[in-house]
Design a protein around this ligand. Sequence first.
Ligand SMILES: [Zn+2]
Length: 410
Amino acid sequence: MSANFILTVIIVFYIVDFLIEQLVSFLDDKNNNASINPELKGVYDEDKYAKSLKYNHQRYLFGLFKNSFSFIILLLCLLYGVFGNIETMIMSAYQNKLIVSICFFGIIFLFSEIISLPLSYYSTFVIEHKFGFNKTNLKTFLTDKLKSMLIAFIIGTLIFSVLIFSLGYLGKNFWVLFWVFSVLFTIFISEFYTVLIVPIFNKLLPLEDGDLRDAIKEFANKVNFKIDNIFVIDSSRRSSKSNAYFSGLGKKKKIVIYDTLIKNHTKEEIVAIIAHEIGHYKHKHTIKGLIMSFVQTGFILYLLSFAIFNSNVSIALGGTGISYNLGLIAFGLLFSPISLLFGILSNFLSRKFEYEADKYVDLNYETTHFIAALKKLYSDNLSNINPHKLNVFLNYSHPTLLQRIMAFKK
Ligand SMILES: [Zn+2]
């Protein structure tokens, strides 16, 4: 395949991918005005429902602008061989492969951060602010950005060191070694995320003794679930949106509850949410999800080995010969149809897991408290309660509120 042909395929895939995404958001936005199922009456009062429609419509318009903007920029970069030019420029100054990779992806990352900064500012301080969600200030906003960039730099350097070592050591079979590394790295991050990454941004404090802690412990004992670590995160520093999650595998597992969740929900509702999370554990969803992602990663890396060692793939992006930097970018774009299929499959499984965890609440706790908690979460976050079917099929990791309520009635 000639470089020109490869570039054409990349651009066609990229345009189709962009159009599908915009079509789905458009359908979703149109669906906002459809009548609501009677089961969902009571989630919103009339005023709040009007507010949620407005909020979701503004986010749609903002997303449309943001996506079109980045679409045009990347398209221009592809047409003018910008990626190849950047790499050639760096290679004329440095020989060391690791330095070239870090500079190459560093420049692209920094450039995209800089052009997306005003958009990110607008989203937080204009849209989220207007609807009462934003609690952050400019100082926290900018320090968050700097911290994320530093973390990306450290993790990126580690990943590229391993990639370059694997390529030099095993050549075309590099993917096997890199796969093993990515599996170990993913396990490490899932195990230590709450200890290593979260404290960089937030304060985690153990849940104080009291009614709530007792109620959680009592439920956990009843279902034979060992739980020592219950933490409260000060998420209200940034946003009034609420959530709760489990983190870590095996004995290190922790429950993290947003302080906003504690503020807005009854004790029974919080226990119901935690019962749902325990349901995920009892059904081994975390492990199943991890294994599935390992299989996917192996397959992706295997395919990547073909793109990296084909010089025409790099030339298509403006390079001069075999380059894994350009190969990685080209592969990311060439891979989009398969990535769409993977997305559909993993969202389907994730929704199945959610139904199972909901069922667990139904069997072991009070469904009414859980439904009340869900409705409150949707209303407090001004979530879209009427998404389009196609959007749910392609992008939703959770069933819709209506689907979840109806599943309890079966
Ligand atoms: Zn869940």
